[in-house]
Design a protein around this ligand. Structure first.
Ligand code: KG4
Ligand code: ZN
Length: 336
């Protein structure tokens, strides 16, 4: 049998995540440092600051996951790191930590696609879905519907033609003065909003494909804010947030349902940061009961960026083909 301890390193954006995954025993340990507080004052991620902070955090976090798993460095069999997409400088930090460590320990390294990490993260849960399934991948940088037939067997059904779902959340939150990151803030605000106050557009809801478009929804929020007489009071902010969330959720649910219908599959996996959204989960859970399918989510802590999903994806890839990990430490990253 194939047993390997894989170290995962994630540094594509504003979280430094490290984890140790044992291909037979499961996740051994994971640690995360979020830079959110640092970027908050700028209203978004500042790439240069992100890179520098990854440098500060990576090695202490490595020590932490080793300590938590009661292992020494030499027990690591392979190292998986996020190769992209993401911020170039941020990715380079994770890649150099991974490859430097690999070189020092004489252990092989393997670059992982960040979205594959997100895509497979629901399999880390205690009751994981079986293949095949439909994956709705909704993060700050991506919005995709995929058919997943197995590890590495992904068919893109549709994706956003402009803004990602999380990006629309963040930009709309900014327009409402709700700070960064906007997703959780706009979601909380929406709870107090009147669903009938603002009916915002649902872009491409009836397009006969699986693509999305969210820039118009964000522009609709801008228009409402601009045309608002005087300052937008708290209740109005909540109403606009509610209009936004309802429109977003309607589109995401409708497209997911049509992907299930089109493929005849009965399992939907939701991954990426927006998958943490309460309103989206409530709507998908309700649809699942009505339409007789099952919906799976990663553990809440593995919805947003983390090292566990990278270690896990690395472990699954290596199980399939151990030769994927190489001793070529001349790393490169793929920001796009
Ligand atoms: O997957 P992720 O951590 O990073 C990327 O790979 O992009 O996703 C981050 C995105 C951000 O846009 C953030 O606002 C959004 O996920 N997000 C949420 C929630 N939590 C995070 N959006 C809506 N509701 C939430 N609860
Ligand atoms: Zn991500």
């Amino acid at each position: 049998i194939f047993i390997m301890i894989v170290l995962g390193v994630e540094s594509s954006c504003d979280e430094t995540g490290l984890a140790l995954y044992d291909t037979s025993a499961g996740l051994l340990s994971h640690a995360l440092y979020s830079q959110v507080a640092m970027h908050e004052q700028y209203g978004g991620v500042v790439p240069e600051l992100a890179s520098r902070d990854h440098i500060r955090r990576a090695i202490p976090l490595l020590q932490q996951v080793l300590d938590d798993a009661a292992l020494t460095r030499d027990r690591i069999d392979a190292i998986a790191y996020t190769q992209g997409p993401g911020l170039a400088g941020a990715l380079l930090v994770g890649a150099s930590v991974a490859c430097g460590l690999g070189l020092a320990l004489g252990k092989p390294v393997l670059g992982i696609h960040h979205l594959e990490g997100h895509l497979l993260s629901p399999l880390l849960a205690s009751d994981p879905p079986a293949f095949p399934f439909i994956a709705l991948l909704v993060s700050g940088g991506h919005t995709q519907l995929m058919r997943v037939d197995g590890v590495g067997r992904y068919t893109l059904l549709g994706e956003t033609l402009d803004d990602a779902a999380g990006e629309a959340f963040d930009k709309s939150a900014k327009l409402l003065g709700l700070g960064y990151p906007g997703g959780p803030a706009i979601s909380r605000m929406a709870e107090f909003g009147d669903p009938l106050a603002y009916k915002l557009p649902r872009p491409m809801l009836h397009s006969k494909d699986f693509n999305f478009s969210f820039s118009g929804l964000k522009t609709a929020v801008l228009t409402v804010v601009k045309n608002h007489p005087g300052n937008v009071c708290e209740q109005d902010k909540a109403n606009i947030a509610r209009g936004f969330v309802d429109a977003m959720v309607d589109v995401l649910v409708a497209k997911s349902l049509s992907a299930l219908k089109h493929t005849g599959l009965k399992r939907l996996v939701v991954a990426g940061g927006v998958g943490a959204n309460r309103q989206l989960r409530d709507a998908l859970n309700a649809a699942a009961v009505k339409k007789h399918f099952r919906v799976y989510y990663p553990e809440l802590e593995f919805c947003t960026d983390n090292g566990a999903m990278i270690a896990f994806a690395g472990g699954l890839r290596l199980k399939q083909d151990p030769r994927l990990a190489t001793h070529d430490y001349a790393f490169n990253v793929r920001p796009r």
